[in-house]
Write a protein that binds this ligand. Structure first.
Ligand code: ATP
Ligand code: MG
Length: 414
C-alpha cells in the first residue's frame, strides 16, 4: 500500500466485515454522511443487514464471500476483532483495509495483548501464562488469591472466565482444571483450524524478538484480581497520519463481566482523567492504530491505572457519544478510516448509558411510551432476546449524573 493515506469521499462504498450492532450503528452513521454501505455477516438476521445497501451472508473465512464484499466496496472495515486474520489479510489484498491486521492479531490474543503492552511499558495486572494444567498451581503461588483465569481466545462479555477466591477453590479447581484446560485448548485449536495460521509471522511495529508463536499457543492466562476503585475506558480516534482525538473518559459498571452502565464524565479526579487519556493516546500511537482504539482500564484507589483490554473498533462504552457528544464514535471512526478531518469532540451534557439486555427488553418496551423525555432509546433490531444478549441501550442525558441515575431507576432494567 502507498504511504500517502487514501481519502474516501462520501460517494464511495464502505464494506463492513461483521453485521452486529456496532456494524449497524456504523452503517447508520455512514448513511447520514452519504456513504453507501455493504455488510458481510454469517447470520441472516444480522442487525446491520437492515440498514445496509447490500448484505452478503457468508462466513468471515469464506474467501468467496469476502471477495464479493470487496468487489462491491471501495474500502473495507471490520467491526469486531474475533475475525480470523487470514481472512482479513485476504480482504486487505483485494481492497484497502485502513485499520490493518496487526492490531486485530494482538487484540484477539490475550497473551499477545498483555505481552506487547507490558513490553512497550504500559501497566497491566500481574499475570501468569498457563501452558499446561499444572501451571495453575504456580500461578496461585505467584499471584495469590483472588485471581481470574481467562481463555486467551474468543472471550467476550466475561465469557470464558473463572474466578478463584480462596484456597478452598484450589481442590475443586485441580479436578475442574483438566476440563477447563481441555476446553480452552480445543477452542484455540478450533480457531487455528479456521484459518489462524500466521503464528510465526506476526508483525507488530516493535520488538518481537522472542517467539510470538509460543505466545499464541497458550490457551489460558491467570490474572491477579485487581481491587479496583472504578473501571474506566477511553476511546481514541486516530488517522493513518497520526492525527488523533480522544473521547471523554467513561466510567463503566459491569455485572458478571457484562457492561451494564457507562457514566460520563467519569467520577474520578481530573488528574486521573488526564492520565487515562494520555495512556490511551500513547497506546494508539505505539500500535499505530487507524480508526478507533478503546482502552479498558482499572483505576485503583492509590491512583494507579492498569490496562485491562484493548478493542480496535467502536466500543459499547462509547455509545453515550451518540447523544451527548458533538460527534459520535461511529462517525469519528468512519472519518478516521476514510481520512477525513476528525471532528471536534465536545461533551454537551452529563450522560448515563444503560445497556438493555435480553432479560430487560420486555419491561423496557412496556415503559417506552411513558419514559422520561431525557431518555434516548436505541434498539438493535435483534429478534431473539436471550438473557445477557445486548439488545439495545438507553442514553440518559440530564443536568447532572445524580439526576440521570435517578431516571435510570425508572427505565425497567433492574
Ligand atoms: P469484553 O466484553 O470487555 O470484551 P471480556 O470477556 O473480554 O469482556 P474482560 O474485559 O477481560 O473480559 O473482563 C470482563 C470484566 O471482568 C472486566 O470488565 C472486569 O469487571 C472484570 N475483570 C476482568 N479482569 C479482571 C481483573 N484482573 N481484576 C478484576 N476484575 C477483572
Ligand atoms: Mg473487557
Amino acid at each position: 500500500m502507498s504511504s500517502e493515506p487514501t481519502i474516501f469521499l462520501p460517494d464511495t462504498t464502505i464494506g463492513i466485515i461483521g453485521g452486529g450492532q456496532l456494524g449497524r450503528m456504523m452503517a447508520l452513521s455512514g448513511r447520514a454522511m452519504g456513504y453507501r454501505l455493504n455488510v458481510l455477516d454469517p447470520d441472516e438476521a444480522a442487525p446491520a443487514r437492515f440498514v445496509a445497501d447490500t448484505f452478503f451472508q457468508g462466513s468471515f473465512t469464506d474467501q468467496e464471500a469476502i471477495k464479493r464484499l470487496a468487489q462491491t466496496s471501495d474500502v473495507l472495515v471490520y467491526e469486531f476483532e474475533h475475525i480470523h486474520t487470514d481472512a482479513l489479510e485476504h480482504a486487505a489484498r483485494l481492497k484497502p483495509l485502513p485499520q490493518g491486521v496487526d492490531i486485530v492479531r494482538m487484540a484477539q490474543h490475550r497473551t499477545l495483548e498483555k505481552e506487547y503492552l507490558s513490553r512497550a511499558g504500559f501497566p497491566v495486572a500481574p499475570y501468569v501464562l498457563l501452558h499446561r494444567p499444572k501451571d495453575i498451581m504456580s500461578a496461585i503461588d505467584q499471584l495469590g488469591f483472588p485471581l481470574i483465569v481467562k481463555t486467551t481466545r474468543g472471550g467476550y462479555d466475561g465469557k470464558g472466565q473463572w474466578r478463584l477466591f480462596s484456597e478452598s477453590d484450589r481442590v475443586p479447581l485441580e479436578d475442574a482444571f483438566e476440563t477447563i484446560f481441555a476446553r480452552a485448548e480445543a477452542e484455540r485449536r478450533y480457531q487455528d483450524r479456521l484459518g489462524q495460521t500466521t503464528h510465526a509471522q506476526t508483525e507488530v511495529p516493535f520488538d518481537t524478538s522472542d517467539s510470538t508463536s509460543d505466545l499464541t499457543r497458550v490457551p489460558l492466562i491467570a490474572e491477579r484480581m485487581i481491587p479496583f476503585e472504578k473501571e474506566l475506558s477511553v476511546i481514541v480516534a486516530r488517522r493513518a497520519d497520526g492525527l488523533s482525538k480522544a473521547f471523554p473518559v467513561a466510567e463503566n459498571i459491569h455485572v458478571n463481566g457484562i457492561l451494564r452502565q457507562t457514566i460520563v464524565p467519569a467520577r474520578v479526579p481530573e488528574k486521573i482523567q488526564q492520565t487515562a487519556t494520555s495512556l490511551a493516546e500513547a497506546i494508539a500511537h505505539t500500535f499505530q492504530v487507524v480508526g478507533l482504539l478503546a482502552v479498558e482500564l482499572f483505576y485503583v484507589s492509590d491512583g494507579t491505572l492498569l490496562v485491562n483490554e484493548l478493542a480496535p473498533r467502536p466500543h459499547n462504552s462509547g455509545h453515550y457519544t451518540l447523544d451527548a457528544v458533538s460527534i459520535s464514535q461511529f462517525e469519528q471512526f468512519l472519518r478516521a478510516v476514510t481520512h477525513l478531518p476528525l471532528g471536534e469532540v465536545r461533551l454537551y451534557s452529563p450522560v448515563v448509558m444503560v445497556n438493555i439486555l435480553g432479560e430487560h427488553l420486555p419491561e423496557v418496551l412496556k415503559r417506552i411510551p411513558t419514559l422520561d423525555p431525557r431518555v434516548r432509546v436505541h434498539l438493535y433490531g435483534k429478534k431473539e432476546a436471550r438473557a445477557g444478549r445486548k439488545m439495545g441501550h438507553l442514553n440518559i442525558v440530564a443536568e447532572n449524573i445524580e439526576e440521570a441515575l435517578e431516571i435510570v431507576k425508572t427505565v425497567g432494567v433492574e
